[in-house]
Design a protein around this ligand. Structure first.
Ligand SMILES: *Cc1c(COP(=O)(O)O)cnc(C)c1O
Length: 225
């Protein structure tokens, strides 16, 4: 199957209420241009320098999303152009994104990454930490970030019930936050959950943004995750 066919199938199966992020990490620019030629304009990467290099090399109407763990000293590479950072996993990272966004005179949209997987290895806030963050005094200084929703990754497992439970947890938190008073710089619009192996389940559980790599581009060449 070609990249174009994969994209067409995906778009047909996800419907119009869900945004498809094509995860192009490790993929060469030719493959990204194949997806671009098939109409895809939103791409996601998980490394700041790779993201910046691809931004430089590729058409400027592409919307670039940062989906992977972001170190504070790498924000400056992407601050001038990034459309959405999905992976804000600490107060300190949010504060530094604010600082770097101010330097380039932008407001950067962010998602708070929530740890929903029962396994230990993933980054993110706990639901309790998200509630605490919403009450934190740090918002007073947040002039250049806008939180627009939540992101989560389910456990990598064949256990459908477990994956569904984890997505359900994130959806519940999202709904709870929608009903409570939030800081001016935070609102709940985007729920980013679902990847190649579990996006159908994620959409059933309320996702409106999925991040799909291998189901579009095929296997990645390296072992990078
Ligand atoms: C790599 C990655 C994806 C896409 O994974 P696939 O299984 O290739 O669809 C989605 N989200 C994040 C955070 C990733 O790092």
């Amino acid at each position: 199957m070609s990249i174009k066919q994969n994209l067409e199938e995906l778009r047909a199966s996800i419907g119009t209420g869900c945004t498809l992020i094509a995860v192009s990490k490790t993929q060469p620019t030719e493959k990204i241009m194949e997806a671009y030629a098939a109409g895809q304009r939103v791409f996601g990467e998980n490394r700041a320098q790779e993201l910046a290099a691809k931004y430089e090399a590729l058409p400027k109407d592409i919307e670039w999303h940062m989906i992977g763990h972001l170190q504070r000293n790498k924000i400056r590479y992407i601050a001038p152009f990034v459309a959405l950072i999905h992976s804000v996993d600490s107060d300190r990272l949010l504060e530094e994104i604010n600082r770097q966004a101010a330097k380039v005179d932008r407001t950067i949209s962010c998602l708070l990454q929530v740890h929903i997987a029962e396994e230990e290895t993933k980054f993110g806030f706990s639901p309790e930490e998200i509630h605490a963050l919403m009450e934190s005094p740090l918002w007073a200084a947040m002039t250049n970030v806008q939180v627009v929703g939540l992101m989560g990754m389910a456990t990598f497992t064949d256990d459908v019930a477990q994956v569904r439970r984890e997505f359900h947890l994130l959806r519940s938190l999202f709904n709870q936050l929608k009903t409570r008073e939030l800081p001016q710089q935070a609102r709940m619009e985007v729920l980013s959950m679902g990847m190649s192996g579990d996006y159908k389940l994620a959409i059933e559980e309320g996702s409106n943004m999925i991040r799909v790599g291998t189901a579009i581009f095929g296997d990645r060449l390296t072992a990078k995750k």
